[in-house]
Ligand binder design. Structure first.
Ligand code: SF4
Length: 302
């Protein structure tokens, strides 16, 4: 493994590249990250970096987001079919059809969507800023796509808006089981429960804190408590252990593994560098329109 990492580091400096890694990636991939974070953090950093090449260890919509925000850079996704089932639950045509019937609706799309969906959306959001974005926009009638659970979480916190929810969901987060979480709470009465807002409302109701993955890192570091039950994709526990090695983490429920997020290995990253694959290419009009929705998000979540 050491030799593999050395080759990757050598190619990275030769090609002046930066490796962006999502919090749900395998530990070995998290360990080679230049920037490790959640979707919002990675979108901001992708925009800010000066390196001409970005290797994005995550799923396709994330690499597309990096390309949209940095169209002049070469953005590579190491595994071609690392996708997100939730992102596939809504298409650009679905939104255009909905808009035809509801011309006054304002479309808020979660960042977990394809570039084409972003391009027909009015604004994007992430789990870290969804409540803030919906509060800040002037429109009252909103279509929230694709995650009905995150949408419901936002709806409860911003009751003054009329929010229509799309019927999408994360196949990993809906697997988190309420009875198992209750059992974990009983077994670890001192532990605080941190829940990602992609979970169903019955899980959110049992939370001490509902937050994004980066929000979890901050919460754990700032907390005086030492034990935490984590309700999100299980790779997050590796990130938390790395950031707070003296604290103890329990998964709320198992298995909560995102197969797509775990497809990337060190060999894939090395191949991505040597063959410069798989490059993300998007048509200019898609980039322009999606960029407007993403830039609006970055502006509204400052
Ligand atoms: S954890 Fe859920 S939302 Fe995230 S990439 Fe996997 S399927 Fe998609």
């Amino acid at each position: 493994m050491k030799a593999l990492i050395e080759k990757i580091q050598k190619l990275k400096s030769q090609k002046d590249a930066v490796i962006l890694v999502h919090n749900y990636q395998k530990k070995e991939i998290q360990d080679i990250a230049d920037i490790l974070g959640d979707s919002l953090d990675l979108s901001r950093k992708a925009k800010g970096t000066s390196n001409p090449m970005i290797i994005f260890c995550g799923v396709r919509f994330m690499a597309e987001t990096a390309k949209i925000l940095s169209p002049d850079k070469k953005v590579l996704l190491p595994v071609f079919d690392a996708g997100c089932p939730m992102a596939d639950m809504v298409t650009a045509n679905d939104i255009l059809d909905y808009k035809k019937e509801h011309p006054d609706v304002f479309v808020v799309s979660y960042v977990n969507t394809s570039a084409e969906v972003k391009a027909v959306s009015d604004i994007c959001c992430t789990s870290a800023n969804a409540v803030q974005i919906v509060k800040n926009i002037k429109a009252r009638k909103i279509l929230f796509v694709p995650d009905k659970n995150l949408g419901d979480f936002v709806k409860r916190r911003v009751p003054e808006k009329e929010i229509q929810l799309w019927d999408g969901y994360c196949i990993v987060h809906v697997r988190i089981n309420k009875e198992h979480l209750k059992k974990m709470k009983k077994e670890h009465p001192e532990a605080l429960v941190l829940v990602h807002p992609e979970c169903e409302s019955q899980i959110i109701e049992l939370a001490d804190e509902v937050t994004s993955t980066n929000g979890m890192v901050k919460f754990v570091k700032d907390s005086e408590k030492t034990e935490f039950i984590i309700a999100t994709e299980e790779g997050m526990i590796d990130r938390l252990k790395k950031e707070a090695p003296d604290k103890i983490f329990y998964p709320a429920s198992k298995p909560t593994l995102c197969r797509n997020m775990k497809k990337t290995g060190l060999e894939d990253v090395l191949r991505s560098f040597t063959c410069e694959q798989y490059e993300i290419n998007l048509p200019d009009p898609i980039i322009r329109n999606a960029q407007a929705a993403l830039n609006r998000m970055l502006e509204y979540s400052k």
